[in-house]
Design a protein around this ligand. Sequence first.
Ligand SMILES: *[C@@H]1O[C@H](CO)[C@@H](O)[C@H](O)[C@H]1NC(C)=O
Ligand SMILES: *[C@@H]1O[C@H](CO)[C@@H](O)[C@H](O)[C@H]1NC(C)=O
Ligand SMILES: *[C@@H]1O[C@H](CO)[C@@H](O)[C@H](O)[C@H]1NC(C)=O
Ligand SMILES: *[C@@H]1O[C@H](CO)[C@@H](O)[C@H](O)[C@H]1NC(C)=O
Ligand SMILES: *[C@@H]1O[C@H](CO)[C@@H](O)[C@H](O)[C@H]1NC(C)=O
Ligand SMILES: *[C@@H]1O[C@H](CO)[C@@H](O)[C@H](O)[C@H]1NC(C)=O
Ligand SMILES: *[C@@H]1O[C@H](CO)[C@@H](O)[C@H](O)[C@H]1NC(C)=O
Ligand SMILES: *[C@@H]1O[C@H](CO)[C@@H](O)[C@H](O)[C@H]1NC(C)=O
Ligand SMILES: *[C@@H]1O[C@H](CO)[C@@H](O)[C@H](O)[C@H]1NC(C)=O
Ligand SMILES: *[C@@H]1O[C@H](CO)[C@@H](O)[C@H](O)[C@H]1NC(C)=O
Length: 327
Amino acid sequence: MNLMMKHYQLIPIAAAVAPLASASLYGQSNLNHSCVLSPKLLSCSPPTLHSNASRLLDTCCVETYGGLLLSTQFWSTYTGLEAQGQKLPKDTWTIHGMWPDFCNGSYTQYCDLNRQYDPVPSPNTTNGLRNGTVVPAYKGANVGTFLEKLGKFDLLAYMNKFWINQGAPNTDFWAHEFSKHGTCMSTFDTPCYGPSYVEHEDVVDFFETTILYDQRLPTWGWLSAANVRPSNSTNYTLSEFQSALSKGYGALPYIGCSGPRYNNTVAGAGSRDTGFTVISEVWYYYNVFGHPREGNWIHLNATGSNSSCATTRGALRYLERTPGSLQ
Ligand SMILES: *[C@@H]1O[C@H](CO)[C@@H](O)[C@H](O)[C@H]1NC(C)=O
Ligand SMILES: *[C@@H]1O[C@H](CO)[C@@H](O)[C@H](O)[C@H]1NC(C)=O
Ligand SMILES: *[C@@H]1O[C@H](CO)[C@@H](O)[C@H](O)[C@H]1NC(C)=O
Ligand SMILES: *[C@@H]1O[C@H](CO)[C@@H](O)[C@H](O)[C@H]1NC(C)=O
Ligand SMILES: *[C@@H]1O[C@H](CO)[C@@H](O)[C@H](O)[C@H]1NC(C)=O
Ligand SMILES: *[C@@H]1O[C@H](CO)[C@@H](O)[C@H](O)[C@H]1NC(C)=O
Ligand SMILES: *[C@@H]1O[C@H](CO)[C@@H](O)[C@H](O)[C@H]1NC(C)=O
Ligand SMILES: *[C@@H]1O[C@H](CO)[C@@H](O)[C@H](O)[C@H]1NC(C)=O
Ligand SMILES: *[C@@H]1O[C@H](CO)[C@@H](O)[C@H](O)[C@H]1NC(C)=O
Ligand SMILES: *[C@@H]1O[C@H](CO)[C@@H](O)[C@H](O)[C@H]1NC(C)=O
């Protein structure tokens, strides 16, 4: 299954809202976004929620409305494109993305169809419903070429190492993350870059900021420190993941599982535990002061559901990667 599909299906609170398909999210001009001069407001603090927020503060300098940020990571065991050299890094979870949820936990997607670079939009409408605006499939040059044109070969190499897709090229996945989520962030809107905005610099900025937070989230190491390591012979319990990651992060992330539901396994026959049994995702929640690029965050517990995994003792598998899938 494609990772992009997985994300959509696992989002717990999906009260998606129809966005504006315009070049500017909140009608900013392209002048004066000198964030050093802006108060370092905390995302999701009351001024950022005000219905007139775009007139009261600089939405280019504080994440507005969508200020409940999530850094998300995957644990997968193969890519499906090993033959083409697309493989997984050793001993680290891989980047999924950075998402701007609304402060109430719902979210929107594909907010600027002028920046639609996703070859396989998922879902294929802006609000996920049949009556939403159709998101056209992108047919142009892949987003990797954007980085090359801007001289970001180091970033491209890093992303090919740590931001890995399953079942389709990495570039499709990066494009999906930017167009579905990045375009909904007020701080990466094109007017924020001023009158001499260079096409796709917002894409680079979003990718770099996603990496900034991901680098601070050593999921593999936090688990390993608690002796929770990938194993094809030993099972684990959800609470072991929760305590290791809460200790590392200082707040409880959302932990996602795939695979069979516990009640559909032989061991779980007749059980009321319908959680999934194969560890596959983690989502870290936070708010940020000022522009997300500045990296001043405060950690939050997962809001809404904190897991899709089985809770029965010893019900979870944290699988070892397929040797041929490793870089
Ligand atoms: C930009 O800032 C200048 C100096 O404060 C001000 O005169 C001007 O009205 C501002 N323009 C916009 C569009 O905010
Ligand atoms: C928002 O701004 C408009 C125009 O200035 C004003 O008429 C309206 O009362 C403001 N709304 C709120 C909730 O302050
Ligand atoms: C959540 O917040 C967003 C942005 O403020 C708003 O558009 C949406 O209607 C809210 N959703 C719910 C379910 O309250
Ligand atoms: C969107 O996807 C659904 C489910 O795959 C499909 O039935 C529908 O025809 C698609 N709509 C458009 C406009 O492509
Ligand atoms: C779209 O469909 C949903 C669910 O059927 C409905 O609640 C909503 O009002 C519709 N929106 C529009 C703009 O027709
Ligand atoms: C397991 O739970 C799921 C979800 O509630 C349900 O659809 C399925 O039928 C259950 N399986 C069994 C064997 O009862
Ligand atoms: C997270 O939840 C725990 C347990 O309920 C609580 O003790 C802690 O204060 C919460 N942390 C944050 C950052 O809200
Ligand atoms: C996760 O959420 C469940 C259901 O709301 C709750 O019972 C459980 O205590 C939470 N786990 C932690 C570690 O906070
Ligand atoms: C490990 O977990 C899987 C999925 O819940 C289960 O089917 C299997 O029986 C478990 N194995 C052991 C040794 O507990
Ligand atoms: C571990 O098990 C998974 C699932 O069966 C398999 O894909 C993977 O290759 C195995 N890894 C090793 C090192 O055997």
